[in-house]
Design a protein around this ligand. Structure first.
Ligand code: FA5
Length: 344
């Protein structure tokens, strides 16, 4: 038609075969760039007779436009093909089974702690928050254990400085609660939490363990009420059949003092390594709040009496679930922890 058909056809063939943008850029330069055949042809226009100049120029432009439009449509095809292949590769197969996430389980320590909180709340107790880093004053002095008192050795402690320590028992919360009440009863609180002692770890002792403190102060509180409360708690945790014994004991902050043991699950009371041959495992200390403690913490001992108890959380869990070594609570062994799946 105009002498450029052959160039157009050649260009079209090459453009059809281009598979990426770089190749298209190259072809664009080759067919319509400054060095292209069409550009060279344009340079010759000056030498043509006047009447042919217009048609020649028009035909060069038509050829240029055709090649540019081939390039544009091939460009579109290439980018569509890229998008299509991306979609195909990134397609989500919703029929594939989902990735399984292992569900955790409640730590036996938490199970018992929560159970105690629920049980005592149902009896009208409130929950007191204590401090794990405590002043010697609250851990010992306000509990009738002055400096150099031999009873301090009962609970060898981790001191941070001369007056600060990691609390060795939850009884440290008692003074906070009593001083806050400013001598006005009644008080009925529990405080579950961690305590720390320089004990040598063995099957039933850990340097870090949990206690749940209980403190009740009122005008008609007696030892019978304490024993009834502890019996209810023990039955709640272990059921009615477990053998339990109360025995006299000594704590400087209670008078009289008692300790409570539960029969060893491992040997059924015959005596074994776990219960150190006694047939019993001690779970708690308790007693009537000592008049000195009431007085030092702002309560009139002629008007008020109180009882208090401190129960070992791991010991309860060990006896309830038959755990033969307290160190299992702290070893982070997932297969041990998984056994408590489904427990409340
Ligand atoms: C006390 O800690 C007293 N504060 C308890 C108390 C509170 C008495 C209020 C009177 C009034 P004791 O040291 O016996 O007492 O500890 C209480 C319980 O904590 C023990 O019966 C036991 O269940 C647990 N326990 C004690 N030492 C350890 C230990 N090293 N590892 C694990 N549990 C322990």
């Amino acid at each position: 038609m105009n002498g450029f058909d052959e160039i157009i056809e050649r260009g079209l063939n090459e453009i059809k075969q281009a598979t990426d943008q770089n190749k298209l850029n190259e072809l664009k330069a080759k067919y319509v760039g400054k060095q292209s055949e069409l550009a060279q042809a344009m340079k010759k226009i000056a030498q043509l007779p006047k009447e042919k100049k217009a048609d020649f120029g028009k035909n060069v432009n038509i050829a240029k436009q055709k090649i540019l439009s081939f390039i544009a449509s091939r460009q579109e095809e290439i980018s569509n093909a890229i998008i299509d292949s991306k979609i195909a590769n990134e397609k989500i197969d919703i029929t594939l089974p989902g990735r399984k996430t292992e569900k955790g389980s409640k730590h036996p320590w938490e199970i018992i702690k929560d159970d105690l909180m629920e049980f005592f709340s149902s009896l009208g107790y409130t929950i007191a928050e204590g401090n794990e880093v405590e002043l010697d004053r609250f851990n010992f002095e306000l509990l009738n254990i002055p400096k150099d008192h031999p009873a301090r050795a009962m609970q060898d402690s981790f001191y941070i400085d001369d007056v600060t320590l990691l609390r060795s028992h939850t009884s440290a919360v008692q003074s906070h609660v009593m001083l806050n009440a400013k001598g006005q009863g009644p008080i009925k609180v529990i405080c579950p939490g961690k305590v720390y002692r320089r004990d040598d770890d063995d099957m039933t002792h850990s340097h870090q363990f949990g206690q749940c403190e209980g403190l009740v102060i009122g005008e008609k509180v007696n030892l019978g009420a304490l024993m009834e409360t502890l019996t209810l708690m023990i039955r709640h945790i272990f059921g009615a059949k477990r053998e339990v014994r109360f025995r006299p004991s000594f704590f400087p902050f209670t008078e009289p003092s008692i300790e409570v043991d539960v029969s060893c699950f491992e040997c059924g009371g015959k005596g074994c390594d776990l219960c150190k041959g006694t047939g019993w495992i001690e779970i708690l200390g308790a007693g009537m709040v000592h008049p000195n403690v009431l007085r030092d913490n702002g309560f009139d001992p002629d008007k008020y009496q109180g009882f208090a108890f401190g129960v070992g959380i791991e010991r309860l869990a060990m006896l309830k679930y038959g755990i033969d070594d307290i160190r299992k609570f702290y070893n982070n062994d997932v297969s041990f922890l998984h056994q408590f799946k489904g427990e409340k």
